[in-house]
Design a binder for this molecule. Structure first.
Ligand SMILES: NC(=O)c1ccc[n+]([C@@H]2O[C@H](COP(=O)([O-])OP(=O)(O)OC[C@H]3O[C@@H](n4cnc5c(N)ncnc54)[C@H](O)[C@@H]3O)[C@@H](O)[C@H]2O)c1
Length: 262
C-alpha cells in the first residue's frame, strides 16, 4: 500500500482523492489532506466513502502521517514552500504546478534534497501528450521546441470576449509560467522533457471551447507535432481534466506492482 498525502483540495486534488477512494489508483491509502482553505479539505473528505484521511493544518502535521508520496496540487508557491521539506522528510514528491520548476535555483534545491534522501520528484505529463518522445529525442539532439496554447478567453481570465483570436504572449517558457501561472504548466513540463526552454505562444481564442495545446519539436532523429484538445474541468476552466487523470495514472504506476509500465 502506498501512503498518499495531498496538498491542495481544489479541482485536481478532489479528482485524485476520489480516484484513490474508488480504488482506481490500486493499492493506495489516502493519509492526509491539506489546503490553506481548510473548508475545502472538509468538503472533499465528506465526499469520500472508504478513505478517512487526516485533515491537517500544516506541512509538519501532514508529514507526521507518514506519507510515501506527497502530491502537490496547489500552486507554484506551494512547490517552493513545501517541496524541499517533503523530500527531506523521506517522501517522494509529485508536482502538478510544474511552472515552479522553471526556477533553476528551486530545481537545484529539490534535486539536492532528493539525492541526499534517496527520493524522487515526479512530474506527471499533465495536460500534454508525447513528453516521453520529447525526452527520448532530447537524449540525441533537439533543434527547436515550441508550444502554442489556445484557450477560451474566460479560461485565460479575460473579462470580455475579444472579437477574434488574440495572442497574449509570445516568448520563452520561463516568462510564460510567471505571466500565466495557472495556465501554462505544460510549457514547463515540455521544457523539462526537452532539456531546453520551449518557445511559447498563448492565444485567447473565442472560437474554441477546449484548451488546445500544440507541440512542435524539430530534432535530429524526428520531427514531432502533437495536438491535444482538452475539455476544461467544470469546476476550474483553467485546468483540463487530462491533467488530473495523468496524476492518477502516475500514482497507479507507483502503487501497482505493474508488469506493463506505460
Ligand atoms: N501540470 C499540468 O499540466 C497542470 C494542468 C492543470 C493545472 N495544473 C496546476 O495544478 C495546480 C492545481 O490545479 P487545480 O485546478 O486543482 O487548482 P484549484 O485552484 O482548483 O485548487 C488549488 C487548491 O490549492 C490550494 N492552495 C493554493 N496554494 C496553496 C498553498 N500554498 N498551500 C496549501 N494549499 C494551497 C487552494 O486553496 C486551492 O484549494 C495549479 O497550480 C495548476 O496551475 C497543472
Amino acid at each position: 500500500m502506498i501512503r498518499v498525502a495531498v496538498i491542495g483540495c481544489g479541482n485536481i486534488g478532489t479528482i485524485l482523492a476520489k480516484a484513490i477512494d474508488e480504488g482506481v489508483v490500486g493499492a493506495a491509502v489516502l493519509v492526509a489532506l491539506y489546503d490553506v482553505e481548510a473548508k475545502r479539505c472538509r468538503v472533499l473528505a465528506s465526499r469520500l466513502r472508504r478513505q478517512s484521511p487526516r485533515i491537517v493544518e500544516g506541512l509538519e502535521e501532514l508529514l507526521s502521517t507518514g506519507p510515501h508520496v506527497v502530491v502537490e496540487a496547489a500552486s507554484q508557491e506551494a512547490v517552493r514552500q513545501y517541496g524541499p521539506r517533503v523530500l527531506e522528510a523521506g517522501a517522494d514528491l509529485v508536482a502538478l504546478s510544474v511552472g515552479a520548476l522553471m526556477d533553476e535555483a528551486l530545481r537545484r534545491r529539490l534535486a539536492e534534497a532528493a539525492r541526499r534522501h534517496g527520493r524522487r520528484v515526479y512530474v506527471p505529463s499533465g495536460a500534454l501528450a508525447g513528453l516521453d518522445a520529447v525526452y527520448a529525442l532530447s537524449l540525441d539532439e533537439i533543434r527547436r521546441v515550441r508550444l502554442v496554447t489556445r484557450k477560451p478567453p474566460r479560461s485565460l481570465g479575460l473579462p470580455e470576449e475579444p472579437p477574434g483570436p488574440v495572442t497574449l504572449y509570445r516568448g520563452p517558457a520561463g516568462e510564460a509560467v510567471k505571466r500565466f501561472p495557472a495556465n501554462v504548466n505544460v510549457a514547463a513540463a515540455l521544457s523539462l522533457a526537452a532539456g531546453r526552454e520551449a518557445e511559447v505562444e498563448v492565444v485567447a481564442d473565442p472560437g474554441v471551447e477546449q484548451n488546445i495545446h500544440e507541440v512542435y519539436v524539430d530534432a535530429e532523429a524526428s520531427r514531432l507535432y502533437v495536438r491535444v484538445e482538452n475539455r476544461p474541468s467544470p469546476s476550474n476552466p483553467r485546468t483540463s481534466l487530462l491533467a488530473a487523470l495523468s496524476a492518477i495514472a502516475l500514482l497507479r504506476r507507483l502503487a501497482d506492482e505493474a508488469i506493463w509500465i506505460l
